[in-house]
Write a protein that binds this ligand. Sequence first.
Ligand code: SF4
Ligand code: SF4
Length: 450
Amino acid sequence: MHKGFPGGAVLPDDKDLTEGSSIEKIPRPSAVQIVLDDGTNSTTVETTVRAGEIVARGQVIGLPQSDDGVAVHSSVSGQVRQVAESILADGTKKQSVIIETDDEDRSVLSQEKPQWKVYSEGLIKCLRWAGITQMGLAGGSLVARIRKSLKAGLRYVIINGVESEPLITSEVRLMTEHADKIRHGCELLTEILGLAAPNSKSSGPEGLFALCGLRQQAVGVMRNALKGGTFRLALLADRYPQDEEVLLTNTLTNSKLRATRDPADAGVLVINVTSVWALSQAWYDGEPVTERVITVAGDGTENTGNYRVPIGTRVRDIIEYVGPLPEATRYVLGGPFRGWSRLSPEGVITKQTTGLTVLTQAHRQGPEACIRCGWCIDDCPVGIDPVHLYRLVEAGRIDKVEKAWIEDCIECGLCLYVCPTHLPLLERIRMGKWALRQKRLTRPYSEIRD
Ligand code: SF4
Ligand code: SF4
């Protein structure tokens, strides 16, 4: 069992509340709001539909303008109501397509599926056609990662099924119920990327399938599914946030990458397990990404569980379906540590959304003044000083945050969790990162740096 990294914490994960819940499909929402996100930071996805147009499930509604971007598809059958800019949970603005669903359930998925050649460009073409990005945590372009890791000399392919955030079990369930599809995805990656068989003398890249050792059912299922293949099961000790890609890479490959590094630049391709499932669906069944599995958790609803939802489903529709308790006052898009918290059910499900946490406590007690206990510094998994950053942002000293390593923050939320005086450390760090980005947009980087 791999032990992990300095810092971090063993948390009460409460995953047993949903780990045994089979994936349930939610009823068709009355409308969806699909963010035109091509997986890159680009804001220039070309919209291929207009207000009033009738669309089918699986139809392309957005085309990427960059080589690393992917297509965006309608997740429902219906009529486009509006194409407009919307503000996302993290405060960024992106174009979205709002589609009112109908009862006809038209789909383009039954039409003849494309065929791709079994080599890396074929894999990239399939990902771009099917709209497959890194479908978890930080998101981002999987196409860019594949290109970068091949250029750097691919050494490892790590399938990330660790899912270490408390309460969230969407990927545990996906592996438990769809191990065969994930195995097919692994076999495809083996063939295309030339992975070496375990214990062979081949010089090909090594395949690792990373899982938390505590999730025994998923471990058992995946162990059987991967038998005889090239991917070796790598079991990790339960430590949050072990699923973060750089920490995972450092643990499994004995590297010392800084949190700002992309493992792909060091020849390590980390792929989220949901993306492997999506790849299998696209390659073998011709299905682009139109839905994903999320966990609904928290003490604000009795109907916690794992749900299959169309991309673009509004949080308020999910809340209406699961039924919030009267005391529900906080809605977190994502898990309880990394998610974006709101006092009303706002936001939409994107390809990266792993969960929805409904809580009865609007605010944690406090905040009170820092008592200099140092816990936030001790537990920070990337070794930065969260309270120093907090003070810089509070004082408006954005000119100083870069040198205090703000960009190394992986937004795991541990500092906030351990702080006995409940200072909003992560909230301020996110504000500081946003302010730094804005500053760079308006001034040359060199001016800001010095
Ligand atoms: S949120 Fe950032 S600063 Fe806080 S513990 Fe995590 S990595 Fe460190
Ligand atoms: S954990 Fe909270 S109280 Fe302790 S040093 Fe950090 S900010 Fe201050």
